[in-house]
Design a protein around this ligand. Structure first.
Ligand code: SAM
Length: 232
């Protein structure tokens, strides 16, 4: 998969050189390129923002540098019809289902907003000819899109075949079957007077599966009842 990121803080993404995404880059499973939005400005101050039409606090990112930066990347990857993803608290919620969907794509382009966000016409313009998605990480406001993009790349990247060593470990995770995961334990069997639930030491696979399912349901009902399907 090729991933392009446009940002005014390219240095944010140096952490994607480590861990599983870093390995996937080294092995060529992920071709990740970071572009500095300011390289597409043409004034002495490399300006990317201006005051909002209609008034109000804060600054809005100007459309011209975005247009130029995205055009350049599209010129490079145009064949595959990339998805343009702009993190935004006003976007659709990022979910495991969306991560799975995006992991099927060959090209993703992420645009990291800052200040009060990006001029709306950037989204409208590229939506005329391609796929544009505004995506929210959750109901809170970050300073910029960089952290949201890193979270999305981690979630999408680990679903690309070959990135996670044992693909079975991807199946039994929170949100994969719509429920939260059951609690996990490892050795020792007793620690600070806390025992591992005896069923997990029983060797009875049926009983273990039943216990885990029960724990999933109980935890989901307690912590995230909104995830449970409505009762018939
Ligand atoms: N004025 C915008 C609004 O109220 O919708 C918020 C702008 S925020 C300060 C600056 C940037 O941070 C956004 O353009 C977006 O890229 C990113 N951002 C902030 N919160 C986010 C969230 N919950 N999910 C994804 N991106 C977010």
């Amino acid at each position: 998969m090729r991933i392009d990121i446009i940002t005014i803080f390219p240095e944010f993404f140096s952490v994607l050189d480590v861990s599983l995404v870093g390995k996937a880059r080294q092995s060529g499973l992920i071709d990740l390129r970071v572009h500095n939005l300011r390289d597409h400005t043409h004034d002495r101050h490399r300006t990317v923002d201006d005051t909002p039409y209609g008034g109000g606090a804060g600054m809005v990112m100007k459309p011209e540098p975005w247009g130029e930066a995205i055009d350049e990347i599209l010129g490079d990857v145009a064949d595959d019809g990339p998805v343009l993803i702009f993190p935004s608290p006003a976007g659709e919620l990022f979910t495991q289902a969306m991560a799975r969907e995006l992991a099927q794509e060959r090209n993703l382009i992420f645009g990291c907003g800052r200040y009060e966000g990006i001029d709306q016409r950037v989204f409208d313009h590229f939506a005329r000819t391609g796929r544009v998605r505004l995506v929210s990480l959750g109901d809170y406001v970050l300073n910029g899109g960089e952290v949201a993009v890193m979270a999305m790349i981690e979630a999408v990247g680990r679903l690309i075949p070959g990135v996670v060593g044992n693909p079975e470990s991807l199946v039994e995770e929170s949100h994969e079957d719509g429920l939260l995961e059951y609690p996990s334990y490892t050795k020792p069997a007793a620690w600070r007077e806390l025992e591992v639930p005896p069923v997990l030491l029983s060797g009875n696979h049926g009983a273990i599966a039943a216990w885990r399912r029960e724990q999933q349901l109980e935890r989901t009902a307690r912590v995230r009842p909104d995830l449970l399907p409505p009762a018939n």
